[in-house]
Ligand binder design. Structure first.
Ligand code: SF4
Ligand code: SF4
Length: 468
């Protein structure tokens, strides 16, 4: 039998006890791909493989025999494929229900206390004036006293955690590089003293990401930089202008050229109805000319009117269904132009920090929030870092309490491991319909699997001709 081509290894691995019966995963997605292959994807483990038509026939026989309880009757080729299916989680021991296991992992990570994650805004000020920004014209830098309060907060958990992760956020965090430096030093010292691993990433507009700043960030254990672009230079410079009215695109790209040699670069492209495939085409050419094609990972986010400050953009925002359609075209173009794809249908244990007991976002005054999009909005705070955490605070419970396993539709959804019910803030605050709550995978998984398969397969077999 021809071998199954593994495109993406499973994120989770299981070993079946020899004496246990096996069953077929409820999270399998199998679909034809051109004339020569079937794409096999398992949502629980994230494994992606290519089956030949012959593999596919064997797969169906294996599934049939498992359903009839005749596992011991496997032929040699069925046995071989079965082993590969087991490796990818396409089959699993029947005494463990994958949904129950997912539920356990979800709760384990929600209530676990072996790691701590903080999203820290050392300043709320920004050097840009984007039309859709929910942080509007905020100001303020973190005081020495608040810095000490944050270090004290970390110290309280320090003996129980193995890992402490920080995301530097804002405003524009690079306007407060001195604060980042001081806090990173405190966190590194605490890590050494209490034996936990400390690491960080940063979300920045990229304008101040000069080469000395990049060198310093790397020294301060920052490993990844996320920068946002709103399109090619002509569009970006219109939408993300500096407060002094000057353009920012050229400087950001220049900065990324150096940064990409030292740090991982993730480029988020904000998308609304005004953004077209031609804009993307132009932007990708600009990134290629700057030598960033092989060095940056790109993903797309649909702009959303998260609060009243940016309600003015609501009419140009995509619905989730519309976004899921254009998203496929965008990723297809990325692959056609030789870029790597960052977006994989990877299983998750939590959607975001709002679902976790040990993840918080905080503003420059040490006020705590459950969501990045509410940082600085005092009416959404659940208290201050210097006080005892109040887990019964309505602003804590509001986003924390949703449990996808108690929602009948989510529980039976075949992409539950990829979505876990979606963004808690959307669910709690925005009165959206189910259609809007579902992740875009719900609407575009088969098309995205084709794009992902092509991207991975091309890297395995670079000579491959057009497949999509
Ligand atoms: S609640 Fe939603 S918007 Fe807020 S951090 Fe989580 S995923 Fe992001
Ligand atoms: S929100 Fe939608 S896509 Fe997500 S798990 Fe629930 S039903 Fe599935």
């Amino acid at each position: 039998m021809e071998r199954v081509v593994t495109l993406s290894m499973p994120f989770r691995r299981f070993r079946k006890s020899a004496d246990k019966m096996t069953t077929v995963s409820r999270y399998n997605h199998i679909q034809p791909w051109g004339d020569d292959y079937f794409i096999a994807y398992n949502g629980f483990t994230g494994a992606v493989a290519l089956l030949t038509p012959q593999n596919y026939q064997v797969y169906n026989r294996v599934v049939e025999k498992l359903k009839n309880g005749s596992e011991p009757d496997f032929s040699p080729e069925e046995k071989e494929l079965f082993k590969q299916m087991e490796y990818g989680g396409f089959v699993h021991a029947d005494h463990c229900d994958q949904q129950e296991e997912l539920k356990f992992l979800h709760h384990y990570s929600r209530y676990g206390s072996t790691s701590l994650g903080l999203v820290i805004a050392p300043t709320m000020a920004c050097n840009m004036a984007c039309e859709y920004c929910f942080e509007s014209n905020k100001k303020g830098r973190m005081s020495d006293e608040t810095i000490d309060d944050v270090a004290e907060f970390v110290k309280k958990s320090a003996d129980n955690i193995a890992r402490f992760e920080v995301t530097w956020y804002g405003g524009e965090p690079l306007l407060a590089m001195d604060i980042i430096e001081r806090m990173s030093g405190l966190f590194t010292d605490l890590g050494r003293e209490h034996r936990f691993n400390y690491g960080a990433d940063i979300i920045t507009n990229g304008y101040l990401l000069s080469s000395p700043v990049v060198d310093k960030l790397a020294e301060l254990k920052v490993r990844m930089v996320q920068v946002t672009l709103d399109g090619p230079s002509r569009l970006h410079n219109k939408k993300r202008r500096l407060k002094n009215g000057k353009p920012s695109f050229e400087t950001i790209i220049e900065n990324l050229k150096y940064a990409s040699n030292k740090l991982s670069i993730s480029i988020r492209i904000n998308v609304d109805e005004n953004f077209t495939i031609d804009h993307l085409d132009e932007l990708l050419d600009e990134l290629t000319r700057a030598g960033l094609r092989d060095k940056a990972l790109i993903y797309f986010e649909s702009l959303e009117p998260v609060n009243s400050v940016c309600a003015n953009i609501a009419e140009t925002c995509h619905t989730t269904r519309d976004f899921s359609k254009v998203e496929v075209d965008y990723y297809r173009l990325l692959v056609e132009k030789g870029f790597k794809i960052d977006k994989l249908p990877a299983p998750m244990m939590m959607y975001c920090l709002a679902q976790s007991l040990s993840g918080f976002a905080l503003d420059h005054e040490g006020d705590l929030y459950r969501c990045l999009n509410t940082v600085g909005n005092k009416s959404k705070s659940m208290g201050n870092i210097r006080d005892n955490l109040e887990y019964t605070h309505p602003n804590f419970l509001k986003y924390f309490r949703f449990n996808p396993f108690e929602d009948e539709i989510c529980r039976e959804c075949n992409i539950l491991p990829l979505c876990l019910g979606g963004c808690p803030m959307k669910r709690a605050d925005r009165g959206l319909t189910r259609d809007e709550l579902c992740d875009s995978w719900k609407y575009n998984l088969p098309e995205m699997l084709e794009v992902i398969a092509l991207s991975k397969y091309r890297r395995l077999k670079p000579e491959i001709k057009e497949q999509i």
